[in-house]
Design a binder for this molecule. Structure first.
Ligand code: 5GP
Length: 241
């Protein structure tokens, strides 16, 4: 269950040595991102899940504090005024927001954190958090998206129509994400999402502190911010050794 899944593996020393990554995962509503994320939370150590606030009413199976923190509109507005949100958006008539405190706490502790948010939220995060990683989950067809939303059986006919009508413009945004994963096979797609997280963890610039001992052992002196990025291979650790 998500309750357990939000717990992170603080014993993973390699991950804890550097600030955690912020990973944005978006798709049209019903695109299957929830299932993919659940799989990744179960299989990849050191990843937590950002529990958003929403003004939407809980569905039958949802629990406060697990899928969302369910609040009324005045409370949500208070949270906006108090600067509690890293981003927030109106999605199909309800307000949804990401807790800045939760994200900061997790990242500072070295845990990667997944934000399951819509394309508007993804755009806000891209503007605010330069090192965020973004992944778009693409359903294989419009018909399958409709079938999934119908099978879920959680939305009124009007809600379902609204979500389906919005899907094409959401899909159009895929090109602004770092990665796109076709969700035609849950096993392959969840492995691909896990692979993205592992590959991003291996980027040089994300491992400055965890690599320091090994590099210094070779006489390579590392200054903060000096570890090369892919685009600047010449900038590898100022070395006089
Ligand atoms: P649902 O009502 O189906 O749970 O979510 C509707 C949409 O809102 C989904 O695309 C979901 O990813 C998105 N969403 C959930 N939490 C947040 C959030 O904190 N911020 C934003 N911008 N979107 C969110």
């Amino acid at each position: 269950m998500l309750n357990e899944l939000t717990k992170t593996e603080s014993s993973d020393a390699e991950v804890a040595a550097s600030p955690g990554m912020l990973i944005v995962v978006s798709s049209p509503s019903g695109g299957g991102k929830g299932t993919l994320i659940d799989r990744v939370l179960k299989t990849v150590p050191g990843v937590s899940f950002s529990v958003s606030y929403t003004t939407r009413a809980p569905r039958a199976t949802e629990q406060n504090g697990r899928e969302y923190f369910f609040v009324d509109r005045p409370m949500f507005e208070k949270l906006i005024e108090g600067g509690e949100f890293l981003e927030w958006a109106d999605v199909y008539g309800h307000l949804y927001g990401t807790s800045a405190t939760q994200v900061e706490t997790e990242r500072r502790a070295g845990h990667d954190i997944i934000l399951e948010i819509d394309v508007q939220g993804a755009e806000s995060i891209r503007k605010k958090v330069s090192d965020a990683v973004s992944v778009f989950i693409l359903p294989p067809s419009f018909e399958l998206l409709r079938a999934r939303l119908l099978a879920r059986g959680t939305d009124s006919a009007a809600d379902l129509e609204m979500r389906l009508r919005g899907a094409p413009s959401e899909v159009e945004q895929y090109k602004f994400f770092h990665y796109v994963i076709l969700n035609d096979d849950i096993n392959r797609a969840s492995q691909q999402l896990a692979a993205v997280i592992y590959a991003e963890r291996a980027r040089c610039e994300r491992q400055e502190s965890s690599l320091r001992d090994a590099l210094e052992d070779f006489g390579v002196i590392t200054e903060p911010g000096a570890v090369a990025t892919v685009s600047e291979p010449g900038a590898v650790a100022g070395s006089d050794g």
